[in-house]
Design a protein around this ligand. Structure first.
Ligand SMILES: Cc1cc2nc3c(=O)[nH]c(=O)nc-3n(C[C@H](O)[C@H](O)[C@H](O)COP(=O)(O)OP(=O)(O)OC[C@H]3O[C@@H](n4cnc5c(N)ncnc54)[C@H](O)[C@@H]3O)c2cc1C
Length: 415
């Protein structure tokens, strides 16, 4: 026997909760189905020392903006979960935890059948808010790597102590990869890091945080159409961290500290990994982003006519000329005593619970601002749903408002 309900929201992360906030405001009957617990991605998908990269003042869920005593701090994992739980409590979000949605099908009358592990719903509207970072992205050639080496994804990494003794190879130099490489190196491990084309920004410049600057520079309000190419949306986020009060992650400094930097990984055979000789090129890309960031910030200050202190110290560090590093073409895992590989190349999406031809070529649902061609079916929390800020705690609220407004304007025929 299925339950009739106006709207089903799938997922109890920040996106599902933000949608629930606006649905509650509208007095609209709905339920939020969460397979595990509120904020599960932060509980079980992040490492022990994880902190947000975005400052606390950027925790801006609708009706639940951060009001704590440390707006310039960076929240650790447990506090993010607590923030989301308290947020749900503010408006008594109707969350049903421990309920996994197994299928969403469209009925002939245009409504949706939402099957779960223990029940079924018939709904006029379905908001899929199951996250945009679901399946670990690991290359197929990882299967060729010697079974003596333990392989985990960054989402499975917890802390250095639980890894087998020996050196660690971190694959991917985006935010997660750099943060994990830093932590492993500081724990006394020998660390190898393959470097891709992710850029860098200084944590602070001219007295303000990088996130503040990036907002002022319009970075987070960019749409896909404003990027040089649509592919550019898959670029990694700038290398920076919120750990220990927040600091810059600089690959040159990593090398000085003893982390072995390598070009990007091209293939594997047993204990031999093949590397591209693009380390210098990729380091240059990271340096260029930092230089651009500072130049654009300076231009913005000038244009705004503001009296902000110059920051020669940061400029000097960020623009320093470093010795070029040797480029290796191969890495022998045995000889390097590498016992663990941490894949930090990001995530793929998985919307296979939706039994409709919704996916575009990039593997993400086709939509306009989260609204699909199937009336009543919505997606929320996807990267670039409307803007760069869409998947962030700072940005998901605008998209949620848009979708719930769209639901309010719908006329459901046939039911
Ligand atoms: C490593 C990392 C660091 C990040 N750092 C920041 C940061 O510093 N600042 C920032 O603003 N953003 C950050 N983000 C981006 C973003 O805030 C997070 O990814 C956030 O978790 C997205 O929230 P969400 O609600 O869209 O998805 P999720 O948090 O993934 O929530 C989706 C929920 O849906 C549930 N679910 C999935 N499938 C089903 C199903 N079939 N049935 C029922 N429930 C289901 C899941 O259990 C989960 O609880 C980071 C992301 C990553 C991956």
């Amino acid at each position: 026997m299925s339950e009739q309900i106006d709207t089903v929201v799938i997922g109890g992360g920040q996106a599902g909760l933000a949608a629930s906030y606006f649905l509650t405001q509208q007095g609209r009957e709905h339920i939020v189905l969460e397979q595990h617990r509120i904020g599960e991605a932060w509980r079980s998908g992040r490492w022990d020392s994880f902190t947000l990269v975005t400052p606390n003042w950027a925790l801006d869920l609708p009706g639940g903006a951060y009001s704590g005593a440390d707006p310039d701090g960076f929240m650790p994992r447990a506090n993010i979960v607590a923030y989301l739980e308290q947020y749900a409590e503010i408006f008594k979000a109707p969350v049903k935890s421990g309920v996994r949605v197994t299928a969403v099908d469209r009925n002939p009358d245009g409504s949706y059948r939402v099957a779960t592990c223990d029940s079924e719903y018939e709904a006029d509207n379905v908001i899929v808010a199951t996250g945009g970072f679901q399946l670990p992205k690991i290359p197929d050639f990882s299967l060729n790597i010697s079974p003596k080496v333990e392989q985990i994804h960054s989402g499975q990494y917890r802390n250095p102590e639980v890894l087998p003794p020996g050196a660690v190879l971190v694959v991917g130099s985006g935010q997660s990869g750099c943060q994990l490489a830093e932590e492993l190196q500081q724990s006394g491990r020998r660390v190898y890091l393959t470097v891709g084309s992710a850029g860098r920004v200084p944590r602070r410049y001219r007295g303000e945080d990088a996130f503040w600057w990036l907002l002022k520079l319009g970075f987070f309000d960019q749409t896909i159409e404003q990027l040089p190419t649509p592919q550019a949306r898959f670029a990694a986020n700038p290398q920076v961290t919120g750990k220990n009060g927040g600091h810059t992650l600089n690959l040159h400094q990593f090398a000085q500290d003893g982390i072995v930097l390598l070009g990007h990984l091209r293939g594997a055979d047993g204990s031999t990994l093949t590397l591209a000789t693009d380390l210098a090129e990729n380091m240059a890309k990271s340096d260029a982003q930092s230089a651009n960031f500072m130049n654009n910030s300076d231009a913005w200050v000038k244009k705004a006519g503001l009296d902000m202190p110059e920051d020669e110290e940061t400029r000097a560090i960020e623009l320093a000329q470093w010795e070029p590093l040797p480029e290796a073409t191969e890495l022998d895992l045995d000889k390097s005593d590498i016992t663990t590989i941490v894949w930090a190349g990001g995530y793929r999406a998985d919307y296979s619970i939706v039994h409709l031809p919704i996916l575009g070529q990039d593997g993400y649902p086709v939509h306009l601002g989260g609204v699909t061609e199937y009336p009543g079916l919505y997606f929320l929390g996807l990267p670039w749903l409307s803007k760069r800020k869409s998947p962030l705690l700072y940005g998901v609220g605008d998209d949620a408002a848009h979708i719930v407004e769209h639901i309010a304007g719908r006329v459901c025929v046939g039911r």
